[in-house]
Design a protein around this ligand. Sequence first.
Ligand SMILES: C[S@@+](CC[C@H](N)C(=O)[O-])C[C@H]1O[C@@H](n2cnc3c(N)ncnc32)[C@H](O)[C@@H]1O
Length: 322
Amino acid sequence: MAIVIDPASQSSDDDARSNTSSELTELDPGDFPQYFRENLGRLFHSHGQSPYPLPVDAAEQHRLNRQHALLQSLIRGLFVGPVNQALSGINGRKNAVDLCTGTGKWVMDMALMFPHVKFHGLDIVPIQTRHPLPNVYFVIHDVAAGLDYTSGTVDLVHARDISYAVRNYHQLLCEVMRVLRPGGLFVAGEWAPYPSMGNIYNIRDYAPRTWEYFDLLRMVLSNREISTVPTMIRPWMEQLGFVNIEVREYRLPVNGRHATSFTRRTNANLQVYVESLQPMMADAGYGSRARSLANLMFGEISRVDGIFFTYYAIHGARRARA
Ligand SMILES: C[S@@+](CC[C@H](N)C(=O)[O-])C[C@H]1O[C@@H](n2cnc3c(N)ncnc32)[C@H](O)[C@@H]1O
């Protein structure tokens, strides 16, 4: 059963919904506790199947919203790819779906920009605004259980920073392909698993603790069957028959010795991220190792110039009918 957070604006001409739309149920605020559980003083999702390891509490929500703003500066907008083209058309007849929407900030910003498009934001926890725009539907839904949309009805599927949320990205891509209209667009964004220093400087030599921290993180994630997949998305899309695939790499710099307001914001968000990872590290038995590596990492980051995180922006379309 799909659960809509605020169905006040639900209208009957929503041609993207599958037959299960008759099962939509309004989420009562009293039901909220059932979506959350507490661990080590942080609030997590309580979904039985999702591997998602980060908290979903206020600190994390602020981090996601700041990351949204940072990414907007980095990619110069809300998306990379021919989204205007995919969403142009007749009033009220376009549908866009945001997988693992988080706080729903991207959906709300997009809904303002494209008021004729219906935006559906899917997540397993109700952390989105209770007052969505009239063209926004936030739905509690596990994306690993398939997408509740009729085949060939969705114009745009967006998936940003979801690799910790899905064990089988390839399977999800199959579902994306199924629900997209011919000519419909898939837009994804994912972080590389390690920070980098470009070709000349090897981060393992110049910032070894930073590399070690992220290596420990990769190992702990992989024990939870989570893998970060940015470089696999393109080959999977090719294999599934997506066309016009493009991948762009963006570098998000961290401080070094010469901080700017931008790199300060990146560093601040990195601190919150590392703090949010700490319960998972502790559960895995690496709490104190992660903590001491993180302290050494932040020391390195403030001394070593040129460290950056790579963000992959990927898009591709379902082949249009001839
Ligand atoms: C890192 S956040 C990204 C949020 C958003 N896409 C953004 O860019 O700000 C990942 C989100 O995935 C959600 N999530 C985890 N497992 C999920 C699942 N199986 N189905 C739907 N959402 C899921 C989490 O609750 C969290 O809000």
